[in-house]
Design a protein around this ligand. Sequence first.
Ligand SMILES: [Zn+2]
Length: 503
Amino acid sequence: MKRQHHKRPRRVLARGDHLRGPRAGALRFIALNLLLFVLPFNAARTQTEVTLAPEVREFVSVDAPTVALTHARVIDGTGSAPKLDQTLIIARGQIQQLGPSASVQLPTDARVIDLQGKTVLPGLVLLHEHMFYPTGRLALFNEMGWSFPRLYLACGVTSLRTTGSVEPYTDLNIKRLIDTGKAPGPKLHVTGPYLDGGGTFATQFHVLTGPEDARRMVELWASEGATSFKAYMYITRAELAAAVAATHERKLKITGHLCAVGFREAAALGIDNLEHGIVVDTEFVPGKKPDVCPAQNDTVANLTKLDIESAPVQEMIRDLVARHVAVTSTLPVFEAFVPGRPPLQQRVLDAMTADARTQYLVARTRAAERKDSPWAVAFQKELQFERDFARAGGLLLAGTDPTGNGGVLAGFGSQREVELLVEAGFTPLEAIHIATANGAEFLGESASVGTIAAGKQADLIVVQGDPAANINDIEKVELVFKDGIGYNSAKLIESVRGSVGWR
Ligand SMILES: [Zn+2]
């Protein structure tokens, strides 16, 4: 995987600071057009630096040549115990120094931020993310290219992989807008369009016509800039094999939310990553036919009876570990099907349009009224599987998957994923490690992100409290640093009020 080099954005535009009030929208529009006129000069002058546009600048609360975060509790993402009363020196987008506050000398020009009572942890690196949201009609998804990058960043996600795209050109362009300082958001690793076969339920997907077509799709979208691929439910073994070969020829990775192909079959074909866990593994469904996807109800019902400790399941786990197949945990999307869960949060409802809110509350009520729901048991089996997979040495990754019944949103759902890993039996430090260092490892970016140490990019979350003692404190985000720039979490969240479902 190619490493990306992120230069620390330079403070150029202070104009955004006074663009407030009722006429701010019009002023911003004019400012944007002015910006377009001066762009050629800027581009020539600042080839290697990023200038933040007013639309980004308005969310920045910390941007100084040198920043000192003092007296912080630091959870470094490696899984080791928190270090108390630490000071971090940030400059040129990177962590320059990290050590006990008593021994780190503060540079005279540093902007000092006292973090007494607060915790610094690495920005989350999440692996099952989307730029779209279900509308609940005709299996159509609306692109959330405006609200989701803001929500992800606001909630501490600084790097993510989209895991299937319905508007791949939009996703690639959003990545460019973010990387060039024109839109707020995390660092994106864009996955190509879904590689799905005949029988797909989704109206926006291309349907593969065979192995040649699978190869063609990988070649086309890799050339357009996609850096990973996702096989989907109805892909056949032959199509998957062709997609794996084409992906690996380009030194890229391929994951799958599979159904017609079982986990062990996919592992043998060389897949790098499997999404969701045992909830979607069809290989234990009685009567499963090769290359045929059983009904989802049958798979979930079967899971409720499956013994995770039984020999066949444990053999599957050992097989995935031996073949270095990572598994992405996406617990929030399944929790949303469990009657009465998750706790209803006002911040989630506030971010939605009235239409999306109604749709979700209706779906939630339906799930709660379903007396014979298999999900409470199936969810517990998934928790057990993920714990066993990680304990067996497997690389467990964390993801949000903001789809399902609409209750899982970018960012808020991402924090919920970390909390649910703790419910699965991981310690808070292990859960944070999974959602940071493991993601960076899979993306080949461990040298720059995923943990906190001198020399790494300053991608950090500042929260009130201590997530090592109470994982729910991961929701109390105040600041999120990306490449050394500190973004105001509350302001980003407020900016998308009433937007999710719409844009
Ligand atoms: Zn997904």
